[in-house]
Design a protein around this ligand. Structure first.
Ligand code: PBG
Length: 325
């Protein structure tokens, strides 16, 4: 076996997995206001940005070859149903219109959820202490059409409500948006790795947890059922989240369904690497590349990652495709 490992040239020839900027989507955080670029303390190198600053950042990402940004909004005000999420003048809608106008050649992906917009931090409408599925679907339809009208190329529902993909597809088709793509968070686990994100958007649930709608990390067959349902309901791309703890799920889904799969390399996965690198415990760059490569090797076609810009920067400074070691 070692004959094919003896020098960089032969290793390059037989390498099975190659990362490129085409694989990446960069998540971004949008806030109201002007000239705002607020560092997010839980996510080194990430910022809450007002629309004007965001437009410059997204332009830069497009120049670096990144093909998509996933937008998360922090609204001015929150309420019980998250109505700011379907306000046509809302923070994401405003950002979508500005980016559509000012930046060409970038896919605009809108996360569709309520936890950033509800005063209780849950991903839907509460009845008592429970997120009510079908009431939430009604709100979901409103948000979907508002996001499409504002210019979202892709809608990414992340609430883990049953029937959400069907509701969105129907509403988009009826509303004159047959070409809007749905990238569904199909297998989304109730994961502790989302901690830094919830700090970034102030969306931690004010009571309880998300275990009644997000999946139990112990389950794998259930993920296959979730994915099958979402594909049946009209999802174009399915997502597995988080990424590193779910490489088996990515791999199983790829083999079983053969559809485009996105993996979300979430906030906690990013923050761990940054923190360990800052302490000198690991080589942050090499660990990043090994991690991202593993996600692709497992079967992900698309990697949503806070490392997107770091990766693109690294690749743009290298004479050829970046590799580990
Ligand atoms: C919204 C949503 C979350 C993330 C993406 N969309 C948070 C959650 O489910 O609590 C997490 C992303 C990350 O950790 O990077 N529901």
């Amino acid at each position: 076996m070692r004959r094919l490992r003896q020098n960089p040239e032969i290793r390059a020839l037989v390498r099975e997995t190659t990362l490129t900027v085409d694989d990446f989507i960069a998540p971004v955080f949008v806030v109201p206001g002007k000239g705002v670029k607020q560092p997010i303390s839980s996510l080194t190198g990430q910022f809450q940005m007002s629309v004007d600053v965001l437009a410059e950042e997204v332009f830069l990402l497009s120049q670096m070859g990144i093909k998509g940004v996933l937008l998360f909004g922090i609204p001015k005000a929150k309420d019980a149903v998250g109505s700011a999420s379907y306000d046509d003048e809302g923070v994401i809608q405003t950002a979508l219109r500005a980016l559509k106008r000012d930046v060409k050649g970038m896919l605009l992906i809108a996360d569709l959820c309520f936890c950033e917009y509800t005063d209780h931090g849950h991903c839907g409408v509460l009845v008592g202490d429970e997120v009510e599925n079908d009431l939430t679907l009604g709100e979901t339809a409103k948000q979907a059409i508002s996001l499409a009208r504002a210019g979202a190329d892709i809608i990414a529902p992340s609430g883990m409500m049953d029937g959400m993909v069907k509701t969105i597809r129907q509403r988009l088709d009826d509303g004159g948006f047959p070409n809007t793509i749905i990238m569904s968070y199909a297998a989304k686990y109730a994961s502790a790795f989302y901690g830094p994100f919830r700090e970034a958007v102030n969306s931690a649930p004010s009571f309880g947890d998300r275990k009644a709608y997000q999946m139990d990390p112990a389950n794998s067959d259930e993920a296959m059922r979730e994915i099958a349902l979402d594909l049946d309901e009209g999802a174009d791309i399915i997502m597995v989240k988080p990424a590193l703890p779910c490489l088996d799920i990515i791999s199983r889904a790829k083999e079983r369904f053969g559809v485009p799969i996105a993996a979300y390399n979430v906030s906690g996965e990013y923050a761990m690497v940054k923190a360990a690198a800052e302490r000198g415990l690991v080589d942050g760059e090499k660990v990043m590349l090994e991690m991202l490569q593993a996600i692709k090797r497992a079967g992900a076609d698309i990697i949503i990652s806070y490392f997107a810009k770091d990766f693109a920067t690294l690749q743009n400074t290298l004479p050829k495709t970046a590799t580990i070691n």
